[in-house]
Ligand binder design. Structure first.
Ligand code: PLP
Length: 422
C-alpha cells in the first residue's frame, strides 16, 4: 500500500483544526443587545457600535481615522474617490492578489495597471511600480499578502517622488506592523476587509483608515449617500452634499467586529509564535522555500501562511502537493491566479471595461508577469490560519505530511501522469 493518503494510504492527521470564525457568548450578547435596541442599520451614520468600531480599529492599527463600511473592496473604491481619482486615471496594482484590488479602481472609473511581484516576498515589486509610472498614474495599491508586507519604504519613496496616492490593501494584514507602525497607517489610506475568512471578521464588512480627518470626512460622505460629515468621519453636519451611495455598515456587524477586536490580540500572538516555529521547521523540508522575512516587518499577522516549493527539487508541482496535503488532513490552498488570468473582470466577460474604449489597456492575453505566474501556477502553497491557532505538535503534522509527500513524489507524479492521460 502507498504511504500517501491521496493514493489510499493512512492520513497523517485525522483531527480537524480549530474552526473559524471563533465565537463565544460575547458575540451572542452583543448581537442580542443590538437587536433589542432596535437600532439595527447604519443610518444615521455612524451608529454607536460603528463609532466604537472606528475608535477601536484606529487603536488596533495605531493611527488613522477609521471609517467602517460594507466590505474591503468598496473601501478601496471609496479611497480613490475621496482622493479625487477616477475616470481615465491609472492605478498600479500587483499581479498576485485577489481580483478586488483591480476591480475597485475599475468601479471608481480608473484603470488598473498590473505589475509583477517580488519573488522573495510575493508582494508588489517596487522596481516594477517605478517602470509602470506614466503621466496618468495617480495611485499605487500595494497588497500585504498572506502573512507578508510589501516594501513600504520603497513604495512611499516612489509615491512621494511622483506625487501618488498610496492605498494599502490590508485585507490580510490586520495587526501587522512595519517598523513598528501599523499596516494601513503608512500610506494615505489602509483598506481592511472583515469578510468571514479574514482574521478579524464580522461576517461581511470593511474599514478604511484615512491619513487625514478631511479624507475621512469625504469617505464618510461617499458611503452615506453623499451627506456631509464632520472631520474624521464623525456625525452628519450641515454643508454641501457630494456624490455617494449607501455603503454603510450595519450596527449588527459593527457589534460583532467590536467583540472580534477584543479576541484579536491573543489570537494574533498565538499565530505569530506558531508561525515562527513553522519558519524553522519548513526550512528543513527538501524543495521547500520559506518566503523572505524582512526585519522591517516587525509584527507579522497571518491570514494565510504562504510558502513556495521548487517543483524540480520537491519532485512535483504545487497543485499535486496541495491535493496530497489536503488528503493528509492538512488544510491548504493554492492561493490566487495571476491577475491577468482572472476571467472575472476581463472586458468581454464582465463589461466593466468598455471594449475598445482604451485599446492600450486590458490586453490581458498579451500580458506577462513571470513571477506572479510562477507563484500561482507552480510553487505557492497557502496554509490555513486555523493551523496556527492549534498547538505546536499540530504543526508537526504539517511538516510530517510534507516530508512524506516529498519522499513519495515520484510515485505521486507517476499516478498523476496516468490520471491525466486521456
Ligand atoms: C487582498 C484582498 N483585497 C480585497 C479583498 C476584498 O474584500 P471583501 O471581500 O471584503 O470585499 C479581499 C478579500 O476578499 C482580499 O483578499
Amino acid at each position: 500500500m502507498s504511504e500517501l493518503a491521496i493514493l489510499g494510504g493512512p492520513k497523517t492527521r485525522t483531527q480537524p483544526y480549530p474552526q473559524w470564525p471563533a465565537w463565544d457568548e460575547r458575540d451572542i450578547e452583543a448581537v442580542t443587545a443590538v437587536v433589542k435596541s432596535g437600532r439595527w442599520g447604519g443610518h444615521p451614520f455612524p451608529g454607536p457600535q460603528t463609532a466604537e468600531l472606528a475608535r477601536r480599529f484606529s487603536a488596533l492599527q495605531g493611527g488613522g481615522y477609521a471609517v467602517p463600511m460594507i466590505n474591503g473592496t468598496v473601501t478601496m473604491e471609496v479611497a480613490l474617490r475621496a482622493a479625487g481619482i477616477g475616470w481615465g486615471d491609472e492605478v498600479i496594482v500587483p499581479a498576485y492578489t485577489f481580483q478586488a484590488t483591480a476591480a475597485a479602481p475599475m468601479a471608481a472609473g480608473a484603470i488598473p495597471v498590473i505589475v509583477d511581484i517580488d519573488p522573495s516576498t510575493y508582494c508588489i515589486d517596487p522596481q516594477a511600480v517605478e517602470r509602470a509610472i506614466t503621466p496618468r498614474t495617480r495611485a499605487i495599491i500595494p497588497v500585504h499578502l498572506g502573512h507578508q508586507m510589501a516594501d513600504m519604504d520603497a513604495i512611499l519613496v516612489i509615491a512621494e517622488k511622483h506625487n501618488l496616492v498610496v492605498i494599502e490593501d490590508c485585507a490580510h494584514a490586520h495587526g501587522a506592523k512595519w517598523r513598528g507602525r501599523g499596516a494601513g497607517t503608512l500610506g494615505h489610506f489602509g483598506s481592511f476587509s472583515l469578510q468571514s475568512s479574514k482574521i478579524l471578521t464580522s461576517g461581511e464588512g470593511g474599514v478604511l483608515l484615512c491619513r487625514t480627518p478631511e479624507l475621512a470626512a469625504k469617505a464618510a460622505s461617499i458611503i452615506d449617500c453623499g451627506r456631509p460629515h464632520a472631520l474624521g468621519g464623525g456625525e452628519e453636519v450641515a454643508g454641501e452634499a457630494m456624490m455617494g451611495a449607501n455603503y454603510r455598515m450595519s450596527e449588527l456587524q459593527a457589534a460583532l467586529a467590536n467583540v472580534a477586536i477584543e479576541r484579536f490580540p491573543a489570537q494574533s500572538r498565538q499565530r505569530e509564535q506558531m508561525a515562527a516555529y513553522m519558519d524553522e521547521a519548513l526550512s528543513e523540508v527538501t524543495g521547500v522555500r520559506v518566503l523572505k522575512r524582512d526585519p522591517r516587518h516587525t509584527t507579522r499577522s497571518f491570514y494565510r501562511y504562504i510558502f513556495a516549493i521548487d517543483p524540480e527539487t520537491f519532485g512535483i508541482e504545487h497543485d499535486l502537493a496541495c491535493a496530497a496535503l489536503d488528503a493528509e488532513g492538512i488544510s491548504a490552498g493554492l492561493g490566487y491566479e495571476a491577475m491577468h488570468h482572472y476571467e472575472l473582470f476581463h472586458p468581454e466577460k464582465s463589461r466593466l471595461a468598455v471594449p475598445n474604449a482604451f485599446p492600450e489597456y486590458f490586453q490581458f492575453d498579451r500580458m506577462s508577469f513571470p513571477q506572479a505566474e510562477r507563484a500561482s501556477e507552480h510553487e505557492a502553497i497557502w496554509l490555513d490560519e486555523a493551523i496556527f491557532r492549534s498547538q505546536p505538535g499540530d504543526l508537526d503534522d504539517v511538516i510530517e505530511a510534507l516530508k512524506k509527500i516529498q519522499r513519495n513524489a515520484p510515485e505521486l507524479a507517476e499516478a498523476a501522469r496516468k490520471w491525466r492521460q486521456p
